[in-house]
Design a protein around this ligand. Structure first.
Ligand code: CS2
Length: 494
């Protein structure tokens, strides 16, 4: 057993005896990318791609400055400051191998909650040419059914009246863009890295709605100058556990308080539309295309929806991880049936992609026994995910007369989960969701009003008015509420 060495710039040489460390100089360089929302995903994906590029001796001016706009970001901010913004990426292979690598592409971090002016100044700095975001599917402040910007949010109201005191991404982005315009600087690109169909177009619409309400002239300038490339991002990144931190210390001798774990697979497909240049990411495998739409849809409706299918059914059954679900044959077969019969028909042909191979690869990735992605992570924030991942597919299939039975059971399971907050054995489930209270309130009415859960219009639109859907849904609700042995109903369908 090695004595663990604290991860920081001074100790890199010593740490580098055992594992890969950055081979490039990290001080005195520009931060060309400002990234809002430095979670595990950003660190396993975009920051990793940039690190690869820097390892090739490229992209010297494109280092990342992380930004935290939530109080909860403070913990990572403190850890990264202590580690000179270095962290370990632990790639977990299906055969049990773990490949740790120290990533150095993030070189600075600012907290908007305590130092808003520093964040605006950083974004408005001439060196900044891209502002990228991973603020989760629920972070964009729009109504999932209408797609309209939510002006009722008190933080948004505050920012509209006090542009000098921003709180959300919208306030910060407009403050920084205004400063750039006033100083005669060119705009930055806004690059969205969250799982939302047409994520760039959506962000453009939201930012313009906000900016128009704040400053019409500025809104016009943003509309003309800022590019919002759509992009599809992909890498499964489970939540870091204590065991990961211990393995890293004991086996590899690295004391890192917050490493990131991920699968070997990585993909990024980006629309090649940038306001102010970009790193040559194609040199490290990023695909630049004219139309990301088909790739986004394929990923959201197969991978992300597939995760939710396993997550919600699995959590009620009592499975704890996604790979445990795949090891359970009935879950694997059910998932494949959902993909083949409900998701694939709405995707059509995608140039250069063999959907059968893609689905095979998803089952393999989900089954990676080393990754141990918890069903809890997948079920987290379902209210922000399901409208985009799964409910959209139900709407599409109702319109085309396609199958809806596999997805409908998942919606009924979601209702049961929100109502009882227990698995089928009666074990408590902790639910993390911005709409937790509303979901619970609606779901607990199910006994007296079986359609109560799907009457939530902002999530389901007008699904409650569709007889074909309600008939299926009522059957599933009746089954699960009589006996939550979910697998029984899954088996009846496959
Ligand atoms: C998952 C995603 O959040 C979820 O429910 O489906 O985080 C998924 O692991 C990533 O999008 C993979 O790229």
């Amino acid at each position: 057993m090695k004595h663990p060495v604290q991860l920081n710039q001074d100790n890199l040489l010593e740490i580098g005896n055992g594992i890969f460390v950055p081979n490039y100089i990290r001080t005195g360089n520009k931060t060309g990318i400002v990234h809002i929302g430095v979670g595990g995903f950003h660190r396993a994906h975009q920051a990793y791609y940039l690190h690869k590029l820097r390892q090739l001796g490229e992209a010297t001016d494109w280092n990342i400055c992380g930004i935290g706009l939530r109080k909860a970001d403070r913990k990572l901010y403190d850890v990264l400051k202590k580690q000179d913004h270095l962290y370990t990426l632990m790639v977990k292979h299906p055969n049990g191998n773990v490949e740790p690598e120290i990533i150095g592409s993030i070189i600075d971090f600012e907290m908007g909650t305590t130092h808003p002016e520093s964040v605006i100044a950083r974004m408005a700095n001439a060196d900044t040419r891209i502002v990228s975001l991973t603020i989760t599917e629920g972070g964009y402040n729009f109504n999932p059914t209408t797609g309209d910007f939510n002006f009722d949010n008190p933080n948004i109201q505050h920012e509209l009246k006090n542009p000098q005191d921003p709180r959300t991404v919208y306030g910060f982005l407009t403050a920084a863009l205004k400063r750039r315009r006033d100083e005669g600087l060119s705009a930055f690109t806004i690059l969205i890295c969250d799982n939302i169909e047409h994520n760039g177009d959506m962000a453009r619409k939201m930012l313009l709605a906000f900016a128009e309400a704040q400053d019409l002239e500025l809104a016009k300038w943003i509309a003309e100058e800022v590019c919002f490339p759509n992009s599809m991002v992909d890498r499964i990144t489970p939540v870091t556990t204590k065991a990961d931190i211990e393995i890293l210390a004991q086996t590899y001798g690295v004391k890192d308080e917050w490493p990131v774990t991920c699968e070997p697979y990585i993909q990024w497909v980006v629309e090649d539309k940038f306001s102010n240049g970009r790193p040559e990411f194609e040199k490290v495998g990023v695909q630049f295309v004219n139309d990301v739409g088909p790739y986004e849809k394929m990923k959201l409706r197969l991978l992300n929806a597939g995760h939710s299918v396993l997550g919600l059914l699995g959590i009620i059954h009592g499975h704890t991880t996604i790979n445990e679900c795949i090891e359970d044959k009935s879950f694997a077969i059910y998932l494949r049936a959902f993909m083949d019969e409900e998701a694939t028909p709405i995707l059509g042909d995608i140039e250069g992609i063999n959907l059968e191979d893609y689905k095979d690869s998803l089952l393999e990735r989900f089954g990676n026994p080393n990754i141990k992605d918890s069903v809890g992570r997948i079920c987290m924030e379902s209210s922000a995910k399901l409208p985009k991942f799964l409910i959209a597919t139900i709407h599409d299939n109702l319109a085309r007369g396609g199958s809806i039975k596999f997805a409908t059971l998942v919606i009924a399971a979601w209702c049961y989960y929100s109502d009882k907050r227990m698995d089928r054995h009666g074990h408590t489930i902790e639910i993390i969701d911005a709409m937790n209270t509303e979901l619970h309130k609606a779901a607990e009415k199910t006994q007296t009003d079986p359609l109560a859960f799907i009457r939530q219009e902002s999530l389901f639109g007008n699904l409650v008015l569709n007889e074909r859907f309600t008939k299926r849904y009522l059957k599933a609700i009746q089954q699960i509420y009589t006996n939550p042995n979910i697998k029984k109903y899954m088996l009846e369908m496959i």
